[in-house]
Design a protein around this ligand. Sequence first.
Ligand code: AKG
Ligand code: MN
Length: 224
Amino acid sequence: MAHTYEKRQRQKVKQLIDEVHETNGDHSIAKYFPHYMDPETADNLHAELIKHHKDGLLKPEAWSFMGKSGHTKRTSTAFGVKDLTYTYSGRTITAMDWENSPVLKQLAKELGEKFSEIFNYVMVLRYPNGEAGIRWHSDDEGDMAEGSIIASISLGEARDFQLRAKDKKKRRKKIMTVALAHGSLLYMNQKLQTYYDHCVPIRKRIKKPRYNLTFRKMKMKNKK
Ligand SMILES: O=C(O)CCC(=O)C(=O)O
Ligand SMILES: [Mn+2]
């Protein structure tokens, strides 16, 4: 059973990556590492994130749209070079110093070595259940350093992650979906953000939380 599931996941991911390569010609790259973390390391990191949540470090994100406003079901926070900011969808998330989360600081170092990148910021998102998602978007904001890749780690309940070409003519098979597993790593290069959008769709049958960490390199001028 688990074997069949794994096989299906591998096929889906292969399809996702092949399609990204096939449709690009612009060197957009997504790579998925389903077992990046061994189960014990993943569980320990998950426990650490639950602790950050219980300590009240994650906050709901404000939104306003066409005269309406509210808060997302997701909560978020960030760690990194102290006071480095990231503004997206009209809200700014300011990093707490890495020293507030030594585990994330260490992971930033490891991932940085793996991908030859200097990650100075990690955004932490918590989806309390499948009622929370993130709409179609790309992470191509001006705050990100030129050429910065994103290393995305998922913990807790697996959630579907979708990719589609921004260019409607290139969408052909439309949407690529992969369920991001506990302890997995998704690598995205910056060109992927230029040519593709991604989202985490709402899945009402999912009742448990999921955490997502996106390690990024921000422009250093973005300090408060
Ligand atoms: O939760 C995810 O896997 C994606 C999160 C995301 O797209 C973002 O933080 O920009
Ligand atoms: Mn994103």
